[in-house]
Design a protein around this ligand. Structure first.
Ligand code: PBG
Ligand code: ZN
Length: 335
């Protein structure tokens, strides 16, 4: 007699064919809709500068952006996240050049809107690339954060990006109350129905940002960011941060970094299932996979695919990743 218990214990019968395997993971596939590509835009218009700590990633001047994006858009790229890099612009205590006419984001966004009318443009909003001290907000005399002045300034910068055509503004500064301050300005100017706010709601103080600070030349000149970014063990504060930003009107939520915080991704998605969930695979995660593969320890495409699936499984609707060009290639139908 056939023992039906044995039959039920046989898992191989459900996974011996690729189509069967796909049916076992119905909600965790990767498509172009699940990707957002971060790009560093330099104030040096002709620059295409390699970033030593992020091999394969560059700082692009405005004159390179069109030919960078063209092939990616052809392969299905749907959204980008822009970071301004200031090589020559003067830095000061309030980040004046975050939204000046010389700012590379202010100059580039209208052009990208023209060149690629269907591409969705998100802009990172922060002061650290433009402040003389490299911190994300405005400081008091004693070096502590002046929160009120910071959110006033950050909401001004967000509004400036919105006015030149950013469809998403994404504040990464972690000041208290910035989502509400930004929403207020968007409402006052009548832009609220044309601009989404993607909150870096749950951003941990992480060693994984090291390569990025080199890329965007935004490392703090003294101290660290532990007084405004979340302590790595703090899942309670993570829950409060997400709930707070939801209550202030965030349209989408982010957890950052990704891989070391997938439990927090799941916790946040479960608490706010109505909100699109973003996960940022940050610079250190990129470098880790890149170098691991480069040194022969892992196969990049295999492991990358696995990591992306882990993020989707944890609840990510969209993954912000420097690997986007490679993933777009991986997604092309095999001929
Ligand atoms: C700065 C900012 C950081 C990142 C995005 N915006 C670094 C930091 O907070 O120190 C990290 C992105 C990455 O590491 O890829 N506001
Ligand atoms: Zn910052």
């Amino acid at each position: 007699m056939i023992n039906t218990v044995d039959a039920k214990h046989n898992l191989h019968s459900g996974i011996f064919h690729p189509v069967l395997r796909q049916w076992q993971s119905p909600n965790v596939e990767i498509t172009v809709n699940n990707l957002m590509y971060p790009i560093f835009i330099s104030d040096e218009q002709d620059a295409k500068e390699a970033i030593a700590s992020m091999p394969g990633v560059f700082r692009y001047g405005i004159n390179h952006v069109r030919k960078l994006l063209q092939p990616l858009v052809s392969k299905g790229l749907q959204s980008i996240l822009l970071f301004g890099v200031s090589k020559h612009l003067k830095k000061d205590h309030i980040g004046s050049n975050a939204d000046s006419v010389q700012n590379p984001i202010i100059q580039t966004v209208p052009l990208i809107r023209q060149w690629f009318p269907n591409l969705l443009i998100a802009c990172d909003v922060c002061l650290c690339p433009y402040t003389i001290h490299g911190h994300c907000g405005i400081l008091n005399e004693d070096g502590s954060i002046n929160n009120k002045a910071s959110i006033e300034r950050i909401s001004e910068v967000a509004l400036a990006y919105a006015k030149v055509g950013a469809q998403i503004v994404a504040p990464s500064d972690m000041m208290d109350g910035r989502i509400g301050a930004i929403k207020k300005k968007l409402i006052e100017t009548g832009l609220v129905n044309k601009v989404a706010v993607l909150s870096y709601a749950v951003k941990f103080a992480s060693g994984f940002y090291g390569p990025f600070r080199d890329a965007s030349q935004s490392a703090p000149k003294f101290g660290d960011r532990k007084c405004y970014q979340l302590p790595p063990g703090s899942n309670g504060l993570a829950a409060r941060a997400a709930a707070r930003d939801v209550s202030e009107g965030a349209d989408m939520l982010m957890v950052k970094p990704g891989l070391p915080y997938l439990d927090v991704v799941r916790q946040t998605k479960d608490a706010h299932p109505e909100y699109p969930m973003f996960v940022y695979q940050v610079s250190g995660e990129y470098a880790m996979l890149y170098h691991g593969a480069q040194n022969g320890a892992i196969n990049l495409k295999n492991v990358l695919n696995e990591v992306l699936l882990s993020m989707r499984r944890a609840g990510a609707d969209c993954i912000i990743t420097y690997f986007t060009p490679l993933i777009l290639d991986m997604l092309q139908p095999k001929s």
